[in-house]
Design a protein around this ligand. Structure first.
Ligand SMILES: [Zn+2]
Length: 476
C-alpha cells in the first residue's frame, strides 16, 4: 500500500468573503497535496467553511436571509474561487453538513458519558467578534486586540471539558515533537501557554441559536470552536466510516495562520486524547502578511481581490506571485505594487524566454525532436527538501536561479551560431538535449506550484514534433 498524506487548511469563516489571506493558506496546502500525490502518496486534501455561531446568525439577519441560505451563498464563494485557482481539494466540508453534525454529537456524547464533560457556570468577558471568552490579560486598553471593541460580561450555564486532566499529556507530546509544531518559534509560544496556566474550557453556549445542539442537553449549542476543530475527523468518516477514518487519521499536517495555534495545539489534542484518538502529527503555522507594508483593509484600499489578480496575471502566475514573496513560516509583506514587475521579470522573461528559446531551437535545429538523452548540468536537488519543509519561496528562488543558469548556457553557447557550421552538430545536439533534460526535471518541481504551466511544458516536450508554440506568459 502506498503511503498516505492527509493535509488540512483551517475551515474558513463564512462571514468573510474569500480574500488572498484564505488563498495564501489554501494554495500552500495545494502545493503540498500536489507534491505528495506526484510522489505516489495517497493524498486527502481537506478544506471548507466554518458556518455556525452568533455572528453568522447576525450577519445573515443583516442580509435579510435565513442563516442556512446565507451560509449556502457565502460558502459557495469559497468553492468558486478555489476552483478558479486550481485547488485540487479532495473534500470541501461545511460545518452545517448533516454528516458533520452527527459526527460532532457522537464525539461530544462519548466525552460526556465518560465524565470528561461536566456542567458548570461560566462568567467571563466575551468578545462577539472572536466568538470566544477573553481574559483580562489579553485585553489592550480594555479592548479585544483583534476587534478593538470592549468585550461583554457574560454569565451562563455551560458545559466544560476537563482540559486540565489532559494537559500534562499534551505538553509531553509537544515537547517530544509527537505533535510537531513548526516553525520552532510557534512551539515555544505554545509551550508558554502551559506555563501561564490553562483552565478547563466551556464546550457549549446557552444563548447561541445557530449551532449544533448538545446531544445530552438540546438547549445548549456546541461551542463553534469545538465543533469546527472536529471537521478534521468528521470529513474522513469519524462516526460513520470507520475504515476511511482509520485510513486517514491522524492528519499529517494541519496548516493555518498563527492566530489559531492555541486551539489546534492544545485544545484539539486534548479532546482527541480524551476520545482515545491519535493526535495530529504536525501543526504548521504560517505568518501574517501585510500588503504594501500595511495591514490589508478596505479603508486603506489595499485589499487584493483574487479575481482581479487572476484576470490580470492568470491562475498559475497568481499562485506563483503569492507564494514567492517571503518565507512561509514568517510574517512578511506582499508587494502587490511589484506584482507586475515580478511577473514580467520571472515569468514573461526568465521562464517564458527559456521555454520559447528551447522550443524554438528544437524546432529549428533538431526537426522538433529531442536529439539524445543527456543529463541536465544544472543541479536542482535541494528543491525537494525545501518544498517538504514548506520553504516555498526558497524552493521557487532555487528553481528560478536554475532557470537563469539555463538561459546563461544559451547565451554563452549561442546555438544559433553553432547551427551555421556542421562540425558543431554534436555539441549543438548535446546542449539542446541538456536543456530539454533540464526542463523535464524542472517541470516536476514547477508542477505543484503551477499545474497548467507544467502540463503545457510537458505536452510540448513530449509531442511528436516540438514547435515554438505560443508564449506561456505574455508581457504585461
Ligand atoms: Zn475579538
Amino acid at each position: 500500500m502506498s503511503k498516505k498524506f492527509y493535509i488540512t487548511t483551517p475551515i474558513y469563516y463564512v462571514n468573510d468573503k474569500p480574500h488572498i489571506g484564505h488563498l495564501y493558506t489554501t494554495i500552500a496546502a495545494d502545493v503540498l497535496a500536489r507534491y505528495y500525490r506526484q510522489n505516489d502518496y495517497e493524498v486527502f486534501f481537506l478544506t471548507g467553511t466554518d458556518e455556525h455561531g452568533a455572528k453568522v446568525a447576525e450577519s445573515a439577519k443583516e442580509s435579510g436571509l435565513e442563516p442556512k441560505a446565507f451560509t449556502d451563498q457565502n460558502s459557495q464563494l469559497f468553492r468558486d474561487i478555489f476552483k478558479k485557482l486550481d485547488i485540487s481539494l479532495d473534500y470541501f466540508i461545511r460545518t452545517t453538513d448533516a454528516r458533520h453534525e452527527e459526527s460532532v454529537k457522537k464525539f461530544i456524547q462519548k466525552l460526556y458519558d465518560q465524565g470528561d464533560i461536566y456542567e458548570g457556570k461560566y462568567e467571563g468577558l466575551y468578545c462577539v467578534g472572536c466568538e470566544k471568552f477573553i481574559t483580562k490579560k489579553e485585553l489592550v486598553n480594555g479592548h479585544c486586540p483583534d476587534h478593538k471593541k470592549p468585550p461583554e460580561n457574560l454569565t451562563e450555564k455551560n458545559y466544560f471539558f476537563k482540559l486540565k486532566k489532559y494537559l500534562p499529556e499534551v505538553e509531553r507530546l509537544i515537547i517530544k515533537d509527537k505533535i510537531l509544531i513548526r516553525p520552532d518559534s510557534r512551539k515555544s509560544e505554545v509551550l508558554g501557554f502551559f506555563k501561564q496556566g490553562l483552565d478547563d474550557f466551556s464546550v457549549s453556549r446557552e444563548k447561541v441559536e445557530w449551532g449544533i445542539p448538545l446531544p445530552f442537553d438540546a438547549k445548549q449549542k456546541t461551542y463553534v470552536w469545538v465543533e469546527a476543530l472536529q471537521n478534521y475527523i468528521s470529513a474522513i468518516g469519524y462516526g460513520d466510516n470507520e475504515k476511511d477514518f482509520k485510513k486517514w487519521w491522524p492528519a499529517d499536517v494541519h496548516l493555518m495562520a498563527r492566530d489559531i495555534i492555541k486551539f489546534h495545539c492544545i485544545y484539539w489534542p486534548a479532546l482527541l486524547i480524551a476520545s482515545g484518538l491519535e493526535v495530529p502529527k504536525q501543526v504548521y503555522s504560517h505568518g501574517f502578511f501585510t500588503v504594501n507594508n500595511q495591514k490589508m483593509s478596505k479603508s486603506i484600499g489595499n485589499v487584493i481581490d483574487p479575481y482581479t489578480m487572476v484576470e490580470q496575471f492568470g491562475v498559475d502566475a497568481t499562485r506563483y506571485l503569492l507564494l514567492s514573496q517571503f518565507p512561509f513560516s514568517q510574517d512578511g509583506d506582499i508587494k502587490a505594487s511589484l506584482f507586475k514587475e515580478k511577473y514580467n521579470a520571472d515569468l514573461a522573461n526568465n521562464l517564458g524566454n527559456l521555454l520559447s528559446r528551447v522550443f524554438n531551437m528544437l524546432e529549428k535545429y533538431c526537426d522538433g525532436k529531442i536529439p539524445q538523452q543527456v543529463a541536465s548540468p544544472i543541479y536542482l536537488a535541494p528543491v525537494r527538501e525545501l518544498i517538504e519543509n514548506l520553504k516555498f519561496n526558497e524552493a521557487l528562488r532555487e528553481m528560478w536561479q536554475a532557470i537563469d543558469k539555463a538561459n546563461k548556457i544559451i547565451d554563452e553557447n549561442k546555438p544559433w551560431q553553432m547551427a551555421k557550421d556542421a562540425s558543431n552538430r554534436k555539441k549543438l545536439d548535446e546542449i539542446l538535449s541538456q536543456l530539454a533534460s533540464f526542463l523535464l526535471e524542472l517541470v516536476v518541481y514547477i508542477r505543484p506550484f503551477m499545474p497548467s504551466t507544467a502540463a503545457t511544458i510537458v505536452g510540448s516536450l513530449e509531442s511528436e514534433k516540438i514547435t515554438k508554440g505560443e508564449p506561456l506568459f505574455m508581457r504585461i
